[in-house]
Ligand binder design. Structure first.
Ligand code: HEM
Length: 205
């Protein structure tokens, strides 16, 4: 039987899922009401790309947050946030393939020549794919130590996603700069904690 603590944890989890769905539901509602402005495809591309990047950074924030707070709580949401990042990135990719290219896929090569930053976005998505596919407990058990090594790919995905955004912005770099700064702090925090735990181990040894 579930305990009081168990019910609270389940309720927090449902609440977290509900929060992650909010951007998608708001955009679906705007589509339903026809409130996407003059360029609906660009609006959807930007919104889905923004949320894919935000969820990816949130996912990357969970490990440093655990270290700072000393609570294991954030780690329980890491996989969930990573999967939402992948879901929003896949929606972003689908908007590009179906709405932007209009199903005229041979045009993709011409588009890649004109907008090479798309390849970096694709690299980020491609990197997220094996991470999403191996996010189950069964895959974790089957891969053993290799699971951790494979999942370091998330750092490359983060860098590719920020480069993709930075590259496509033509004038106002403030937003990509903000995301690049957050990514730098999150990756830097990992380096610092590796360095300090290495020093502790050598002192103990
Ligand atoms: C699957 C391959 C991908 C393709 C084909 C793609 C394509 C695009 C395109 C065409 C744009 C709009 C460019 C413009 O307005 O000129 C865009 C913007 C963007 N993409 Fe991607 N992308 C991909 C993957 C990703 C991934 C994986 C992320 C993040 C995790 C991402 C994040 C963004 C962001 C943040 C923007 C800018 C949104 C804004 O202007 O507010 N993209 N992408």
């Amino acid at each position: 039987m579930a305990t009081g603590k168990g019910w609270t944890a389940a309720a927090v989890r449902v609440g977290a899922h509900a929060l992650c769905w909010i951007p998608a539901l708001l955009w679906l509602n705007r589509i339903r009401l026809g409130q996407l402005g003059a360029d609906p495809v660009a609006e959807l591309t930007h919104a889905s790309g923004d949320w894919a990047l935000r969820f990816l950074l949130l996912c990357l924030a969970m490990t440093p947050l655990r270290r700072v707070t000393g609570h294991t709580g954030p780690i329980r949401y890491r996989r969930m946030l990573g999967l939402y990042a992948f879901a929003y990135a896949s929606a972003h990719f689908a908007v590009y393939l179906v709405l932007d290219l209009g199903g005229y896929w041979p045009q993709i090569f011409e588009d890649l020549r004109k907008r090479p930053y798309i390849m970096v976005g694709f690299a980020a998505w491609l990197g997220m794919l094996p991470l999403a596919l191996t996010s189950t407990r069964a895959a974790m058990r089957a891969l053993g130590r290799r699971w951790g090594q494979l999942h370091r790919l998330v750092y490359v995905c983060g860098v590719c996603a920020v480069v993709h955004f930075w590259w496509l912005v033509k004038a106002d770099l403030r937003e990509p700069l903000l995301y690049a700064g957050i990514l730098l702090i999150l990756l830097g925090a990992r380096l610092v904690s590796r360095w300090t735990s290495g020093r502790k181990a050598s002192h103990a040894g």
